[in-house]
Write a protein that binds this ligand. Structure first.
Ligand SMILES: Cc1cc2nc3c(=O)[nH]c(=O)nc-3n(C[C@H](O)[C@H](O)[C@H](O)COP(=O)(O)OP(=O)(O)OC[C@H]3O[C@@H](n4cnc5c(N)ncnc54)[C@H](O)[C@@H]3O)c2cc1C
Length: 336
């Protein structure tokens, strides 16, 4: 949708979505976090590049701020102190070490004596994902993009200078076809005869539950385990948590497995003084990665006009303003 918004008014664009509802797969299932210290160097650069858009979107794009500041606190158990040091070294501009006593003062629900070190990213934030998606959708619609829902792409073939895309609502042709099918991007690549670029959907689970009674959790930090065993943060009066699982999956409407839900409930009780008594919601989504965990937004080297926009992994929301800008520039250049 972000790319459709960027191309709107500059090219004739048709967006084909298999589902009747937009954003019902990974985009509607994220943790809504903006962090410039996440992912490899390319992903971090793309995220930093996106910050000005989030802070100052085009006029009329959103009714509310797209970012709400929320410091990220990283904690490390003794065996992972080295990983935290590496993280600090890799992210000198946006991170700083935090004395443990300060971490405990600011997050008193953390169990004492479990952790050996802490660090923070003060510039991290919550993203208004709905506001962002709606902004790009409005941008697309105002610029004449034709959004066709309940239109599953079944075939993609090159016919002369154009591509023909077969859907269950008929065929569409164009000089450029963009494969932005999320967890299904590998499948669509195979359908087009171009392979799957090694794209791998990995399931991630999240829950929300009632936080401590009488306490106001809304100002808590986003607490992350540096060894990626858990994270939690406040979310609309509740606490959102994830066991940060990465289970290989076929592309599908991902559902949470009981074992992953039980794991995160157990970990939260292990590392904090909270009790996970009432889980309000549980869900899972597929984060799709390339083999080197760098998103792809480029034309296929062997198929002129076939553009890959895939493998955004766990960073597709926070990088959407920058990736869409680069992708649109490449496509408009191709179209001449
Ligand atoms: C639990 C969880 C937490 C996350 N947290 C964050 C976070 O904090 N910050 C962040 O930046 N990112 C986060 N992410 C990652 C982010 O959500 C994804 O990178 C992003 O949503 C990917 O967007 P997408 O448009 O590629 O995929 P999707 O939103 O899945 O969109 C792909 C669309 O293609 C459609 N489609 C597939 N096949 C076809 C076909 N054959 N024909 C027609 N349509 C088709 C699908 O129906 C789908 O709507 C998280 C993800 C999960 C699961």
């Amino acid at each position: 949708m972000s790319l459709a918004g960027r191309l709107a008014g500059r090219a004739h664009v048709v967006l084909l979505e298999r589902e009747a509802l937009l954003a019902m797969h990974t985009t509607g299932r994220s943790a809504a976090v903006f962090t410039e210290a996440y992912g490899n160097a390319t992903v971090r650069a793309l995220t930093s590049e996106a910050r000005p858009f989030f802070v100052n979107p085009p006029s009329g794009f959103a009714d509310h701020p797209l970012l709400t500041p929320r410091t990220t606190l990283f904690v490390a158990r003794p065996e992972h102190e080295g990983t935290l040091k590496e993280w600090l070294t890799e992210n000198p501009r946006v991170s700083r070490a935090v004395p443990l006593h300060e971490a405990y003062d600011r997050m008193p629900i953390l169990r004492r004596n479990l952790f050996a070190a802490a660090a923070e990213e003060p510039g991290a934030a919550d993203i208004d994902v709905h506001g962002l998606f709606e902004g790009f959708r409005r941008m697309a619609v105002h610029g004449g993009v034709d959004i066709v829902t309940s239109a599953e792409v079944l075939g993609v073939v090159r016919a002369g200078e154009r591509w023909s895309v077969e859907t269950d609502k008929g065929a569409y042709t164009g000089r450029v076809v963009v494969n932005a099918a999320g967890a299904w991007a590998g499948r669509v690549g195979i359908v087009a005869g171009l392979g799957d670029r090694g794209l791998m959907p990995l399931r991630r689970t999240a829950i929300t539950f009632e936080g401590p009674e009488g306490g106001d959790a809304s100002k808590w930090m986003f607490v992350n385990d540096i060894s990626e065993e858990f994270y939690f943060k406040p979310e609309a009066g509740l606490v959102l948590a994830s066991p940060t699982d990465e289970t290989p999956s076929e592309p599908c409407d991902a559902q949470p497995e009981e074992i992953d839900v039980a794991t995160i409930a157990w970990r939260i009780e292990e590392v904090t003084t909270m009790k996970v008594n009432r889980i309000r919601r549980k869900w899972a989504g597929l984060r799709t990665f390339t083999p080197d965990r760098t998103p792809i937004f480029e034309f296929d080297a062997s198929a002129p006009g076939f553009f890959w926009l895939a493998g955004q992994g766990g960073y597709g929301i926070q990088t959407s303003p920058s990736i869409s800008l680069h992708a649109a520039a490449r496509i408009l250049h191709y179209l001449g």
